[in-house]
Design a protein around this ligand. Structure first.
Ligand SMILES: NC(=O)c1ccc[n+]([C@@H]2O[C@H](COP(=O)([O-])OP(=O)(O)OC[C@H]3O[C@@H](n4cnc5c(N)ncnc54)[C@H](O)[C@@H]3O)[C@@H](O)[C@H]2O)c1
Length: 292
């Protein structure tokens, strides 16, 4: 289900080739319509579990208008939980975010707290985590809260590489970079993220399973990302930094993420953060060439 607010059906081309795949264009918050539709679907093809990934992934939009994250990041989770309760669905995997931790120094592990997010997006993800854990007291049997870092790669529709490529397309001579370029964060390739998500849901069998998914301690510096994008897309372009430690209000300019719990479960990424960036730049450029 997707309301295509930010998603694109062209990204599902391969999925549509599977006879078992169904797609509903729907706003998750449209509770009554979704309940009718899903009840009918569930009667024909029982739903075993729910993967809830819908959100406002445009964190900057949430800083300009907090209602966006309330509706698309929190209310979607709340409505998914209501729908699950009404339909008797008991297993939920939820995509949370490193943004819940806010500006905390040190290595962030799943027990780090208290969490004080600095973006409305992070606040609505943290509230969503709370709603999921409360759901375990009433109608859920098992839940997986998966906290993603920055994710990059094929078919991206937003994020740092996507933004930088857009800017270079508009003006190949100058690249504007938000902040001072010294922001340093872990970037995970989307293929590894999906692999880790499936791994955790397959192996972690507590009632509430909360996992950071991330790189193996590596991170990438924004100025290096900008140079890498320039090398690949517009050699010779100069960089203009907008200045300031944060890229935008709510940006967490640097953090270190522990994936020790994930590693103990048996999963570790193969790519470093820089390798994930390099691969994602090549993929997004190739996709742009295909699209013309
Ligand atoms: N990409 C990242 O770096 C990153 C990092 C941390 C967490 N996450 C989380 O991972 C999940 C997937 O992110 P993504 O990067 O693929 O973003 P995305 O924007 O590609 O995917 C989110 C999808 O949710 C849909 N959506 C939003 N509101 C909806 C609504 N009310 N009803 C139905 N559909 C709705 C959008 O149209 C979009 O297709 C999100 O929950 C995001 O918050 C992503």
């Amino acid at each position: 289900m997707d309301n295509l607010r930010l998603g694109r059906t062209s990204n599902l081309r391969k999925a549509f080739e599977h006879t078992e795949f169904s797609f509903f264009e729907a706003d998750i918050n449209d509770y009554e319509t979704n309940l009718r539709r899903l009840r009918d679907f569930h009667a024909r093809r029982p739903i075993d579990m729910v993967w809830h990934l819908a959100a406002n992934s445009d964190i900057r939009a949430g800083a300009l208008d907090p209602q966006v994250d309330f509706e698309h990041t929190f209310l979607t989770t709340f409505t998914v939980l209501r729908l699950m309760r009404a339909l008797g669905l008991r297993r939920l995997a939820f995509s949370s975010s490193s943004a819940i931790y806010g500006m905390r120094p040190g290595l962030l592990d799943e027990d780090t707290g208290p969490c004080f997010p600095v973006s409305n997006y992070g606040a609505m993800k943290l509230a969503s985590e709370g709603a999921v854990s409360a759901g375990l007291e009433t109608h859920l049997e098992r839940a997986w809260i998966l906290r993603f870092p920055n994710v990059v790669g094929s078919r991206g529709t937003h994020g740092v590489i996507f933004d930088l490529l857009q800017k270079l397309r508009a003006d190949p001579s100058v690249l504007e970079v938000l902040g001072d370029g010294r922001q340093e964060k872990p970037y995970l390739h989307v293929s590894e993220l999906v692999d880790a998500m499936l791994f955790v849901v397959d192996r972690a069998c507590e009632r509430l399973n909360c996992y950071n998914i991330g790189t193996d301690g590596t991170a990438s510096i924004v100025s290096w990302i900008a140079q890498t994008v320039i090398r690949a897309a517009a050699p010779g372009a100069t960089i203009r930094y907008t200045g300031g430690a944060q890229g935008w209000p709510g940006d967490v300019p640097r953090f270190q993420y522990s994936i020790e719990r994930l590693r103990r479960l048996g999963w570790a990424p193969a790519l470093t953060s820089d390798q994930a960036i390099e691969r994602a730049v090549a993929e997004l450029l190739a996709e742009r060439c295909e699209q013309g």
